[in-house]
Ligand binder design. Structure first.
Ligand code: HEC
Length: 133
């Protein structure tokens, strides 16, 4: 009995290990995925510098050159303009609706993801510091 139980447990553990290791990735995969990411960053950079998001020809870079002062690493955090703890995308929409006089983007709008990717890329290497002002 004990031997059978031991063998069953060993088989389960080996099975799980096989499942966990079933999805290896190669250097080519990494290159492709990073390439995809960088193409989204490039689209975000373009959006950040053009004036297609609002109605008054204002662009993000006029107030946030190089996105350096957008501080994605500090989110979620309390923002007094909104009066509660919010995500980075809520401040993106606050800026689209106020300085840019435009319509807010849905969280899964590809333009929102492009802007987030660009701002995060500009701040790469900065330690996460949620809640900080
Ligand atoms: C007319 C100037 C202006 C423009 C244009 C503008 N913003 Fe802002 N933005 C602000 C101000 C003011 C704040 C509030 C600063 C604060 O309280 O942290 C802010 C805050 C932010 C924050 C949060 C920064 C932080 O430190 O927490 C993000 C992210 C942001 N803006 C993104 C954008 C994006 C993306 C665009 C273009 C769609 C944009 N902004 C356009 C003025 C502007």
């Amino acid at each position: 009995m004990t031997i059978i139980r031991t063998l069953t447990i060993a088989a389960l553990v080996l099975g799980l290990a096989a499942v966990a290791g079933a999805d290896p990735f190669t250097g080519q995969d990494l290159e492709k995925w990073f390439g995809e990411y960088k193409s989204v960053v490039a689209k975000g950079e373009k959006l950040f510098h053009d004036n297609t998001l609002g109605s008054n020809a204002v662009s993000c870079d006029m107030c946030h050159p190089h996105a350096a002062n957008t501080h994605p690493e500090t989110y979620p955090k309390f923002q007094k303009q909104i009066g509660k703890v919010v995500e980075l995308r809520d401040m993106v929409n606050w800026c689209i609706e106020n300085p840019l006089e435009g319509k807010p983007l849905k969280a899964d709008d590809e333009r929102m993801i492009q802007l987030e990717a660009y701002m995060a890329w500009e701040r790469r290497g900065v330690a996460l510091d949620p809640g900080k002002h």
